[in-house]
Design a protein around this ligand. Structure first.
Ligand SMILES: [Zn+2]
Ligand SMILES: [Zn+2]
Length: 231
């Protein structure tokens, strides 16, 4: 199972998970044109798309994918918010099989109707990946994880220092996105014994710091490869 981050920030999110036969798109937060440009596979080869929530940086081309006949999965709350009658609605903890990949939805915590994260399992190789973005915290426990893609949006001291950002906006960020200490503490609660890679997603350009985040995670999780997804 290979994870390809195509875009990861408040400007747009799109990620592909592929086992070589089946291609799953996580998030549709690019224009259809930009998705086509960045995707390692043709859009016609995308077997299903899973969307976490209705914010446009995650759902911009959801309708266009539906119109092209791609099955697009999300929570009922997200489908209602997007007014997407063609969406495939999932419940939290429900599982959907796409080829040899199995995707389970779980609840996340964001300022939207009914946000989800997804766990993806390759039923042949038994690799398991956790994918969660735009969530203030997490409590899901997936056994046997081999790869993790988790939001690490900001460091609170850097956010606090942004003098031009209104306090209201800072509070909204603190209530809807994952801070670096929260990400570290959450990961320490998981069984990481099989985890090979941790991807850090959706880093803020204003209140994140790639070098510092990388140093911190490499120090906290020795032996695990840490990668920061680019914008
Ligand atoms: Zn976002
Ligand atoms: Zn969001």
């Amino acid at each position: 199972m290979t994870f390809y981050p195509l875009a990861s920030s408040s400007k747009g999110n799109a990620y592909i998970v592929s086992d070589g036969d089946t291609n799953i798109l996580l998030e549709a937060g690019l224009t259809a044109k930009e998705l086509r440009r960045r995707s390692p596979v043709p859009i016609s080869s995308i077997d299903a798309c899973f969307i976490t929530h209705e914010h446009m940086d995650h759902a911009k081309c959801a309708r266009s994918l539906c119109d092209k006949g791609v099955p697009v999965y999300m929570s009922e709350g997200t489908a209602i918010a997007l007014e997407l009658e063609d969406a495939n609605v999932m419940e939290s903890r429900e599982t959907v099989n796409v080829g040899a990949l199995r995707v389970m939805a779980f609840d996340t915590y964001h300022n939207t109707a009914q946000p989800f994260g997804y766990a993806i399992e390759d039923t042949h190789s038994r690799e398991r990946m956790l994918f969660a973005v735009d969530t203030v915290n997490l409590n899901v426990r997936i056994p046997g994880l081999t790869e993790i893609a988790l939001e690490c949006n900001y460091a609170d001291d850097l956010l606090g220092r942004l003098t031009k950002l209104p306090d209201k906006v800072k509070e909204r960020i603190r209530r809807s996105h994952m801070e670096i200490d929260t990400a570290v503490q959450y990961l320490h609660k998981l069984d990481l014994s099989r985890v090979q890679i941790i991807w850090l997603l959706h880093m803020s350009s204003a209140s994140g710091d790639a070098g510092r985040f990388l140093d911190r995670f490499e120090h906290e999780f020795p032996g695990i490869e840490i990668r920061i997804c680019k914008e």
